[in-house]
Design a binder for this molecule. Sequence first.
Ligand code: SF4
Ligand code: SF4
Length: 682
Amino acid sequence: MSPVSVTYWGISGYVIFWVLFALALGLFLRRMYQLGRYLSLGRGEGGFGHMARRLLNTAVSVLGQWCQLKNLTTKDRASIGHVFMAWGFFIYIPFYLLFIIIGGGFGLSETMENTSLFFYYAWVMDIVAPFIILGALWGIIRRYIMKPSRLEGEQTIEAMVILVTVFIHPMTHLFKEATGIALGYPPVGLGTSLPPISAALSQLFAGASPSSVQMANIGFFWAHWGFVLFVLVFIAYSRYLHMVASIFNVLLQSPPPKGALRPIDLETAETFGVSKITDFTRKQLLDLYSCVVCGRCQDACPAYASGKPLNPKKVILDLKEHLLAVGPGLLSGKAETAANPGESLIGEVVTEDEIWACTTCYACQQVCPVANEHIDKVIDLRRNLVMEQASIPETAEGALRSIEDRGHPWRGTTLSRTDWTEGLGIKTLAEDSDIDILFWVGCTGALEDRSIKVSQAVAKLLKLAGIRFGILGAEESCCGEPARRLGNEYLFQIQAEKNIELLKSYNVKRIVTACPHCFNTLKNEYPQLGGEFEVIHHTDFIAQLLKQGKLRIIKGIDDGAVTYHDPCYLGRYNDIYQPPRQIIRSIPDMRMVEMERNRNDSFCCGGGGGHMWLEERIGRRINELRTEQAMETEAQIVVTACPFCLQMFDDGIKAKAAEEQLRVMDIAELVAESAVYHPYSV
Ligand code: SF4
Ligand code: SF4
């Protein structure tokens, strides 16, 4: 076929293109402006420091697609499709910008398409196109044929439109190029071969007349740009919005440590927590725009899995729907319009049962590809319930009152904080403050029968290793963690300030604790109130002692196979996964078998977020689900490193009448039972 000069424009085409472009851009910007104004209804929050680190994190997460790749497992390969589509778009989008900016300035396509820049760019787009098509195809297959549980009910027209546009759009590019090549355009002779896929497709048009190929070429050109402009508009009106919102959401996500909840300034706060959509921060509202409805949080959530009324995805989507419904009324100042923007979210948009069902296990945030932060929203809603409305489940209220009155949440206990030390020769700091490390025992470790044995095991190990340690004894008071997770920030801050003052008065520098909840609070939350200490979890500490040779294990216990349960506040919150596994592997004759859900995919025991003091009235018990998962491994011991997990498994094993099959131990007990010697005493 002889070369034919192709023009997509003519003067009318030129005008049509720009009119359509202006229309699409106008609709896009109008909606973005509107969405931006709804965001502005949220509370402003400063302090977005560390911009270089944020930008790097965003580049890795978004450009590098770590947000998706982190979830790639043998069970879930959905990320592959998204990565193909996203990387493809990252290559296509600059081309469109070039086309509009440079092409527009030079009289559009004819000039631009004859440049080497265009030629080489077209080459890259040619290679990338099949990957985008495959990614979209994979998405369609998964969503509409395989239908994994997390995508149940998500076979919507909106989702289909998105996937189909992603599927067809690169095809129109390929066929536009293919017909162009069939027409002898773009010109060869730039010293490189033609884009291979378009060149191959051009053979389809080998026998066709030049005029029909030219018609097809023009058709594909307009179809391609039609899709581009449609997607531009659709981004602003559909879940495509995540393409824009999630970039900013990742950029502005809460800074580390991830275990620290945002404090309330009790001196200046006019209201506590969130009761209206406008009580959320702008970042919290941005979360709502960013959700891509992937359902990963739903799949990961133990509350949802156990039949509780909580689904983190639904919470995000309900809040988004509410914001979009009440936004116009709030902006126009007509608070009483349609969906009454002034009304409380609690009960109307998010129910109390949803709010109290969260164990704050972090599984939803761990998997969310757009860095949504579900937990702070739940806690803000709890804060309002507890601190403004005095509405809290009775059992939790009892625990909080016990902290206020007795400094611990275990009302009814007859034990004192030092009963567990009887006969062990452990000194309190009041007796002798010349120590290297403080053993922070925690309320559960001191006052709950089963956990007392763990405290004794830790003390035994510290002694065997020759560590100079002490405890606070009667002076120790609840770290405040249950109060904070149950929404009583006021009580948390009182407890924290009291403890910080006490620790400083004894000049404590290093703290070891066997409770991941105390550990997380002392390590990550006390610095918010001026308490900076080196806090070490006992798993880490024991692993160090073994490594340094200060402890030595010379024989294993009888039971052969053990499985390890990662406590949420140790694993997902503080990334401590390896030390407990190293300890177990260092025990002779001990075989380690992993549960299917382990490490950052671990399934909550059901005890976090104040749930040790909340009744599980609805659905199955989370601890029983986790116990079943442990039993599936056929291990004889489930090892954990948290007093709450210990109790939860203990109850779970009893409920399943599985005492003969499985027992639960803390890692310190396992080491203490495995014959430990100070090397110098052997
Ligand atoms: S923190 Fe855990 S329990 Fe709460 S919503 Fe997320 S996954 Fe569910
Ligand atoms: S909140 Fe995150 S994990 Fe949950 S559905 Fe939305 S994007 Fe997916």
